[in-house]
Structures are given as structure tokens and as C-alpha cells.
Design a protein around this ligand. Sequence first.
Ligand code: SF4
Length: 205
Amino acid sequence: MMQKTGPASPQCAADMLFHLARSAGQDDSATPLTPAQWAALRFFARASRPSRTPSGFASFHATTRGTASQTVKSLERLGLLARVRAPQDGRSVSFEPTEAGRDRLSRDPMRRLEAALGRLSEGDVRRLCEVLQASMEAVAGAQEAAVLGTCGDCRNLTPAEDTEGGLPGCACTGDRLAPADFDRLCVRYAPDPSRLGKTARGGHE
Ligand code: SF4
């Protein structure tokens, strides 16, 4: 099949997405972070606790564990990320943004893009998220890489009405899911096409 090109072609859309991500993420501060450091800082602020590890970030950023570890260490040295031991066993370690890291995130250059997208209608934003999610899954599938997502369209989600206690659950980890967990990125996410566009609480947004 001939590749369609032009102003509304897949090639044009891919070029625009690439340019948009690069230009919107440009850090023009006096002490700029690299794009990889920004990606890591955002990831550790948004991911679920079991996902907040160098290997979780490696999956998310489609890089090697060694490269991901170096990026995490550089953010630790800058005082933007800190290690946290799991309260349950005291052995497993995850990473969280420090106060300085959260302050830095409040000046994230990507907020320019968020502001621009905030001017779209709710329906357009939802449709855009669906298109981008499907595209990420297709690219991850072609690379045999993990795709990250959130509970709302994950096939491991057990709806609240099917659990004891009235909270939704995760069939993968066995955990109950608090509302704060729903929008967190998860490395164990398994996309369920029938749930795309629904919230983790079981209804449409
Ligand atoms: S339901 Fe899916 S996305 Fe949510 S915690 Fe479980 S595996 Fe992760």
C-alpha cells in the first residue's frame, strides 16, 4: 500500500507529534534538565508505587535498565529524587520526587503544552487520548515493549461491585485500589480495548 503523505497524513501527524514533544519540552531555565531527566522526574511523580523503580522507568522510557539507573542517580545527586523503603518489608526501594523535585515539576516546560491542550473541548481531549493510547500500544507491540497505562482501561481491574469492601481491586497484585491510585501509571498495565474511554471507577468520563 502506498504511504499517504500530505497535511492530514500519518506521516505528517508523526512529524507534528515529534516536533511538538521536542519544542514543548525545551527547558530554557538557567539550570536545564535533559529530556531524559525530565521524563524520569515526571514518571516518578505519576507512577504507582510498585512502578517507581529504575526498571519501571526503563519500560516507560523504552531504554535500558543501565541507562535508566544512570538517569535516576543523576536526579538523586541533584536532590530532586529520593529513595523510599516499602513500609511492608523495608527491603524493596522505590523513588519519589523530593520537595525540590516537586518545586521543579511546578515549573515543568511541558506545562505550555498542557495549557494549549486545555483550550480544547473535553470531547476532543478524550478522543486525542484514545488515539494516542492506541498509537502507543501499536508502537510498543511492534517493538515487543511494555505499554504503560492506568487502571481505567486495564483488564486487571476488578470493578468495585465485584469485590468485598466496595473498593475496586487489581487482579494482578491483589491490592485494593484507592481513588488516588486510579490515575497512576503502572508497569503491569494490560490494555483492555472494551474499557478504553472509561474511568477506573467503572463509568464513562
Ligand atoms: S488494575 Fe492494571 S493498571 Fe491498575 S494497578 Fe492493576 S495492573 Fe496496574
